[in-house]
Design a protein around this ligand. Sequence first.
Ligand code: AMP
Length: 398
Amino acid sequence: MNVLVINCGSSSLKFQLINAETEDVLAKGICERIGIDGRLTYQPTGGEKEKSDKAMPTHTEAIQYVIDALTNAETGVVKSLDEIGAVGHRVVHGGERFASSVVITEDVKKAIEECNELAPLHNPANLIGIEACEKLMPGTPMVAVFDTAFHQTMPEKAYMYGLPYEYYEKYKVRRYGFHGTSHSYVSKKAAEVIERPYDQLKTIVCHLGNGSSVTAVMNGKSVDTSMGLTPLEGLVMGTRSGDIDPAIMEFIAGKENLDIEGVMNVLNKKSGVFGLSGELSSDFRDLTDAMNNGDKKAKIAMDVFSYRVAKYIGSYAAAMNGVDDIVFTAGIGENDDYVREQVCSYLDYLGVDFDKEVNKGLRGTQKELTKPGSKVRVFVIPTNEELAIARETLALVK
Ligand code: AMP
């Protein structure tokens, strides 16, 4: 069965058409600048990448262009919509309601809408994508795969904040965690690589991308994760601060004459390695170049980032009373050898025998980074959220 995987943002929409049985990607692309003007990038596997400007006042036009491209007589990969058996939608927040993926019904859409206030930038856009697909592909089953679902196994002691209990009762203020599809996919893959049962392993996954999070996966279940009620908590990220002393908010508001919205804007968009580097860049490729050219702030940004990752690994080794394997994934985790070396330089005490030579220059490929006999094994495992969504969708629709 071919599954169309949709990751819908407020002004963009990424898609992949995957044969969910063979796991081959048939075509992929992105619609950008939806609601502004509109641009479609489309690439059939083995074919040329095409870019075209198309008017996309809403997501419905964007999805129509995706369907047109996929079914195009010359460059398409299917003859008609009948060859698309299901659509898998990435949905960011499923709150406490969804501990696994679900087939989308009116009831499910209502529940996703109820989570809007927990992810105001993401969930409304995810819903718009679902409704646009429903309109253009009536009768095709749709599945929602939630970023939060994998973390619903966390125990209370990990998800409760030290805040008045009534905030949890009244408003569901708690840790939810994100990137669950990636943490789940990568931790399972690690168990396959190590050839040990998934339900008997203590794994720490470091998903280091534009947004970054670390998860402790014990016996196949997420038991703690660094992102919280929102994706702002935890690691230092591209432009997000991660953990800070909450009192800094009032202090900076006073000094800079900012209201709460202004402070949140700083924490979400002007902080992280972007802020630390003096607004040089949030991209680790730029930071690496600058650091290699002697830029002190770029080096500070990369070192603060790596140190925070190492601290989370230490705390999750404690949370699980041990660790068998540590996995780096996502844009930075898969590609940045400096960050990986820095992080692992703090992990000797755990029994990580890191192989600097293997790590050097390694980009985007699955590889073990520890020497034979290392007590704790470290890997790079590329994530594949689209494939994970296609698998979930196939399993539910079958
Ligand atoms: P993601 O959110 O997983 O797509 O990751 C995107 C981030 O990965 C970018 O902002 C970069 O910081 C980082 N990245 C991508 N490629 C490289 C690379 N070759 N070296 C270092 N960092 C990279």
